[in-house]
Design a protein around this ligand. Structure first.
Ligand SMILES: CC(=O)N[C@H]1[C@@H](OP(=O)(O)OP(=O)(O)OC[C@H]2O[C@@H](n3ccc(=O)[nH]c3=O)[C@H](O)[C@@H]2O)O[C@H](CO)[C@@H](O)[C@@H]1O
Length: 342
């Protein structure tokens, strides 16, 4: 039996979900251990694909100071002992972690019990917990790190079905990641008139916070645009796009690769260790994406000219080399092949 742990944000949880689904396809129902904080409960509280789901009161310790840090650490250790009991109850013999603070108790519990710990790192720069636990992991999966077990990023199959070559710039999609991004929203509004004048259609994911204001802007300016806060059917939005202007969260980045949609990435500058920048750098170094930091982005017309000079056809063809549609399968194969015999 396997336990999946970790979460906090959609980026981590999407991997947990992909691995759960791959295990389910093989007739295995894992258990899930997450946190009462963050989005873990809303994703997995009533998910039949898990034999059981547990939410512990784990919190991040990285940004805490003094006594609060000490209390959080003690809380994680206490929860790690709770995990030990859960592992015994469910006969767990391996733990798969997607990182984030909610992974801490079960990962430490795995080490306390001497159970193999498998880790998936989504980003080009390791998260704090993943970096600390890497030396103890049975396998550390990454799509960037050459010192790790290479795996294709586990992207939902639907994104591969969108793959086609893009020849001309007809529709741009603005993407802000799971929360939406104020900077990308502002950029979209600045570019809207120029794009509209050039006959380019706009799709714009705003995030919940700014949705109403942005929708009003397009209405008032008389610019037709497909504006939404968050779509559960994002693939159906991407289907119409020839180009994306996007944050470089790991899932979005690899989904765009799978769909062969060329992009300008504008990393979220406050992400831990600026990891979104390094995610996008991997593509930029291969001339497969534009990468601009927020601080470089003041002349909207110049940005638009840069986009127009890209060879979309060539980039979309070459994006094909970046990812194959079997990431979750590769990870589960490795786990099952390296599990100690019961
Ligand atoms: C601010 C921050 O630190 N963000 C991190 C967070 O990203 P975050 O969870 O925001 O972003 P990701 O790009 O990894 O994932 C967003 C997910 O939401 C989906 N989506 C988005 C919009 C929409 O309307 N509908 C929809 O379904 C996307 O298809 C994607 O699957 O975790 C990622 C994985 O560790 C990191 O790479 C990001 O840097």
């Amino acid at each position: 039996m396997i336990a999946i742990t970790g979460g906090g944000t959609g980026g981590h949880l999407a991997i947990a979900k992909a691995i759960k689904e791959e295990l389910n396809r093989r007739g295995i129902k894992p258990i899930y251990i997450g946190s009462t904080s963050g989005q873990d409960k809303s994703w997995f509280e009533n998910d039949d694909g898990f034999e059981a789901s547990y939410f512990l009161e784990s919190q991040g310790i990285v940004n805490k100071k003094g006594l609060t840090k000490l209390f959080s650490l003690l809380n994680i250790i206490r929860s790690a002992f709770t995990c030990k009991k859960l592992f015994a109850k469910h006969h767990i013999h391996a733990i798969f972690s997607v990182g984030g603070y909610s992974a801490a108790p079960a990962s430490i519990g795995a080490l306390l019990l001497g159970r193999p710990l498998y880790i998936h790192e989504q980003n080009a720069i390791h998260g704090k917990l993943n970096a600390v636990l890497k030396p103890f992991a049975k396998a550390f999966f990454s799509s960037y790190d050459t010192q790790a077990t290479y795996t294709n990023y586990p992207v939902n199959q639907i994104f591969f079905t969108l793959a086609k070559e893009h020849h001309t710039l007809q529709t741009i999609i603005f993407l802000g990641g799971s929360q939406g991004a104020a900077f990308i929203n502002q950029l979209a509004l600045k570019m809207a008139k120029i794009l509209h004048k050039d006959g380019i259609s706009i799709i714009h994911q705003t995030g919940i916070k700014e949705f109403a204001t942005i929708q009003d802007f397009y209405k008032q300016e008389g610019i037709p645009a497909d504006v939404f806060a968050f779509s559960k059917e994002i693939a159906n939005k991407l289907r119409h796009a020839d180009f994306a202007i996007s944050r470089s969260g790991a899932s979005t980045l690899w989904e765009l690769c799978a769909a062969k949609i060329p992009a300008l990435f504008i990393p979220y500058p406050h992400a831990a260790a600026n990891h979104q920048y390094f995610n996008a750098k991997v593509l930029e170094e291969k001339n497969l994406a534009l990468l601009l930091e927020q601080k470089e982005l003041y002349d909207v017309e110049e940005v638009y000219q840069k986009i127009k000079t890209l060879d979309l056809n060539k980039i979309s063809q070459e994006l094909d080399t970046m990812i194959q549609p079997n990431g979750a399968k590769e990870i589960v194969d490795t786990i099952l092949q390296t599990l100690p015999k019961e």
